[in-house]
Design a protein around this ligand. Structure first.
Ligand SMILES: *[C@@H]1O[C@H](CO)[C@@H](O)[C@H](O)[C@H]1NC(C)=O
Ligand SMILES: *[C@@H]1O[C@H](CO)[C@@H](O)[C@H](O)[C@H]1NC(C)=O
Ligand SMILES: *[C@@H]1O[C@H](CO)[C@@H](O)[C@H](O)[C@H]1NC(C)=O
Ligand SMILES: *[C@@H]1O[C@H](CO)[C@@H](O)[C@H](O)[C@H]1NC(C)=O
Ligand SMILES: *[C@@H]1O[C@H](CO)[C@@H](O)[C@H](O)[C@H]1NC(C)=O
Ligand SMILES: *[C@@H]1O[C@H](CO)[C@@H](O)[C@H](O)[C@H]1NC(C)=O
Length: 490
C-alpha cells in the first residue's frame, strides 16, 4: 500500500552525502544447473507443479520422484525454461501427474547439484479430513534490503525495531510450523522488489536492486515453498519497478506490467478443477470457469473440504486500481480478453461449487473493501461483493493493509444478524501484517462491523478446517508463535 512520493522527496538530499551504491545480489552458483527459488503448487486433485529457477536456460527441466526416499523411480520433464529482460535467471516448471492423494512424495530436481526435497500430494475434493492452511500477505524479504533495518520512518506508521541479523519472523514461523499446515495462500505483495528505492545503496542501480530483491526473496522462501504448495495472486507491488504513480513508462523493459510475476507463476498455478459433483449444471459451470480462468491472476482449486478462489484486485474490472488510468497509476493489465472475463470466471466458478463435496468456499485477493483505516477498495467492493453474497462465500481473505483484522459476517456494510451461526454473508479477514520493508499500519479509523484488529507485532493467519460445520481462523504472532484473535464459524 501507500505511495513513495514522499520518500523520494525526503530521501534525495542524502545523495549529496555520497551514499555508497550497489545492489546486493545473491552469489551465482558455480554449477549453473543448481536449482534455486523452488516453489510448488497444487495443479489438480492428482497433480502438482514443481518450479524453480536456474542461472542458465535448461533444455529439458526434469524432476525425479517417488514415495520412497531411496527410490525416486519416476521422472517427469518439460521444455519450459523462460526468462525476461533484466532477469539473471530462467524459470523452469515440470508437472507431476498421477499422484495418489494425501501421500508423502520425495523429489529431486535433475541437476548436478540438487538436494532431495519432499511434498504431500493434495487431498481429494470431498475428503472431509481436518486440515490447516497458512495465510500470509504483504510478506517481503528480510536482511539488508528488507524490513529488519531501522530506516525510512516516513514510510512506516509504526514498526518494532528488529535486529538486522535476525531472520524474517513470519518466514521463520512458517518454517518452524511447517508440519502444522498443508499449504500457503499468498494473495499479493510478495517480495517488495519495487521498494528498492527505500534503501540508499540501490539508488544508482534500481534495475539491479529490483532484480536482487526478487532473487533474494525467493531464495529465502524456498525452504518453505519447496515443500508446501505456495498459491499466490497479484498485489500492487507486483505491478511495476516502483510505486510512484504514472512513472512506470520509465521502468526498464521486464520490470513493468507484472512481468516477473507472470514469468514466475504463469505456468505454475492451476486454472480451475473439473467438477466431481454428480450435478450436470455444476460440471457445465466448472468447465466454463476453466476456460475463463487466467492464472496467475485468477484461478481456483479444491482441497479436501475447501473450494478456494484466487482473485486479482489490481486489474480486470471497472475502475481497477492498477490498470491504465486507474487510481494507483501503475499501468498494468488488463489481462482478460474482455473487461468482465474475471467476473464471469468468478461467477461460473462459484456457481460450480457443490457444497456436499466442498462445504467451505474461500475467496482470497489482495485489496480489502472491509478494513479499518482508509485503504478500502471501493471499486473492488462494487465488482466482487455481490458475487460473494449471491454464492454464499464463507470467508474473504485480504491484505494490503499491514496489520491483522477480522470482520463480522457482513454485506453492504451491515453485519449479518445471524452472526457466526450459519451467516448468509461472508466473514472477512485482513492478514497483511506478515512484515515487509514498509512496516506495520496503524489500525486507524474503526468500522462498526470490525470485530478485531491488531497492529503491534508482525503476524499472519491460519485457517483450520475442523469439520464440515466448523472453521477456525487464528492469528499468529510471528515472533512468539502465540495464537490470538481466534474465532470459529459454524
Ligand atoms: C550447490 O548448491 C548449493 C546450494 O544448494 C550451493 O550453495 C553451492 O554453491 C552449489 N555448488 C556449486 C558448485 O555450484
Ligand atoms: C535463520 O534461518 C536459517 C535457515 O533458513 C537458520 O539456519 C538460522 O539459524 C536462522 N537464524 C536466526 C538468527 O534465527
Ligand atoms: C492445526 O493447527 C493447530 C494449531 O496450530 C494444531 O494444533 C493442529 O495439530 C493442526 N492440525 C493439523 C491437521 O495439522
Ligand atoms: C500488459 O500485458 C497484457 C498482456 O500481455 C497486455 O494485454 C496489456 O496491454 C499490457 N498493459 C500495458 C499497460 O502495457
Ligand atoms: C446490497 O446493495 C446492493 C446495491 O444497493 C443491492 O442491490 C443489494 O440487494 C444489497 N444486498 C443486500 C443483501 O442487502
Ligand atoms: C471497532 O468497533 C466494533 C464495534 O463497536 C468493536 O466491536 C471492535 O472491537 C472495534 N475494533 C477496534 C479495533 O477497536
Amino acid at each position: 500500500m501507500m505511495d513513495n512520493l514522499l520518500i523520494l522527496v525526503k530521501g534525495l538530499p542524502l545523495l549529496a552525502l555520497g551514499v555508497a551504491a550497489g545492489a546486493t545480489y545473491p552469489p551465482i552458483p558455480l554449477d549453473l544447473t543448481t536449482p534455486v527459488q523452488h516453489r510448488i503448487a497444487i495443479n489438480s486433485p492428482t497433480s502438482v507443479r514443481i518450479a524453480w529457477n536456474t542461472y542458465q536456460q535448461l533444455g529439458q527441466p526434469c524432476v525425479q520422484y517417488g514415495t520412497s526416499q531411496s527410490s525416486l523411480s519416476q521422472q517427469s520433464c518439460s521444455t519450459s525454461s523462460i526468462t525476461y529482460p533484466t532477469s539473471r535467471t530462467w524459470a523452469n516448471v515440470v508437472t507431476i501427474n498421477g499422484l495418489t492423494p494425501a501421500t508423502t512424495y520425495y523429489y529431486k530436481i535433475v541437476s548436478t547439484n540438487s538436494t532431495l526435497e519432499t511434498f504431500t500430494s493434495p487431498r481429494s475434493p470431498g475428503d472431509k479430513t481436518p486440515f490447516n492452511i497458512s495465510i500470509v500477505i504483504d510478506l517481503g524479504i528480510y536482511g539488508k534490503d528488507g524490513y529488519t533495518i531501522d530506516q525510512d520512518e516516513t514510510k512506516r506508521d509504526l514498526i518494532p525495531h528488529i535486529d538486522p541479523s535476525l531472520n524474517h519472523t513470519t518466514i521463520g514461523r512458517l518454517r518452524d510450523n511447517i508440519d502444522k499446515y498443508d499449504f500457503i495462500v499468498h494473495p499479493g505483495d510478495i517480495g517488495y522488489a519495487d521498494d528498492w528505492i527505500l534503501k540508499a545503496h540501490n539508488w544508482f542501480d534500481g534495475k539491479d536492486g529490483y532484480q536482487a530483491i526478487t532473487e533474494t526473496f525467493f531464495n529465502q522462501l524456498a525452504p518453505i515453498s519447496a515443500r508446501k504448495p505456495y498459491m499466490t495472486s497479484p498485489g500492487n507491488h507486483e505491478a511495476s519497478c516502483q510505486e510512484v504513480p504514472l512513472t512506470s513508462a520509465l521502468c526498464p523493459s521486464g520490470q513493468k506490467n507484472f512481468t516477473d510475476f507472470i514469468n514466475r507463476f504463469g505456468r505454475v498455478l492451476p486454472t480451475a478443477f473439473m467438477s466431481t459433483s454428480p450435478d450436470q449444471q455444476a460440471k457445465v459451470n466448472a468447465n466454463k470457469a476453466r476456460l475463463l480462468a487466467n492464472p496467475p491472476f485468477w484461478y481456483s482449486f479444491e482441497y479436501g473440504m475447501a473450494h478456494i478462489v484466487m482473485i486479482d484486485t489490481e486489474t480486470d474490472f471497472e475502475d481497477a486500481p492498477d490498470q491504465p488510468g486507474g487510481s494507483a497509476g501503475l499501468n498494468g493489465g488488463p489481462f482478460g480478453s474482455y473487461l468482465r472475463q474475471q467476473l464471469d470466471f468468478l461467477e461460473a466458478d462459484l456457481a460450480s461449487v457443490d457444497r456436499s463435496v466442498t462445504p467451505w468456499v474461500i475467496v482470497a485477493g489482495h485489496r480489502p473493501w472491509y478494513t479499518t483505516g482508509t485503504s478500502d477498495c471501493q471499486p473492488c467492493k462494487k465488482a466482487f461483493e455481490p458475487l460473494f453474497y449471491k454464492y454464499g462465500v464463507d470467508l474473504g481473505v485480504f491484505g494490503h493493509v499491514h496489520n491483522s483484522q477480522r470482520f463480522a459476517p457482513v454485506v453492504n456494510d451491515t453485519a449479518d444478524p445471524n452472526g457466526m451461526q450459519n451467516p448468509k454473508a461472508p466473514m472477512y479477514i485482513v492478514a497483511g501484517g506478515a512484515g515487509n520493508v514498509e512496516g506495520l499500519s496503524k489500525v486507524g479509523k474503526n468500522m462498526t462491523t470490525n470485530r478485531f484488529a491488531y497492529d503491534e507485532a508482525f503476524s499472519y493467519a491460519t485457517v483450520n478446517f475442523l469439520s464440515e460445520q466448523r472453521l477456525q481462523v487464528d492469528f499468529i504472532n510471528s515472533e512468539t508463535g502465540a495464537i490470538f484473535g481466534s474465532v470459529r464459524v459454524v
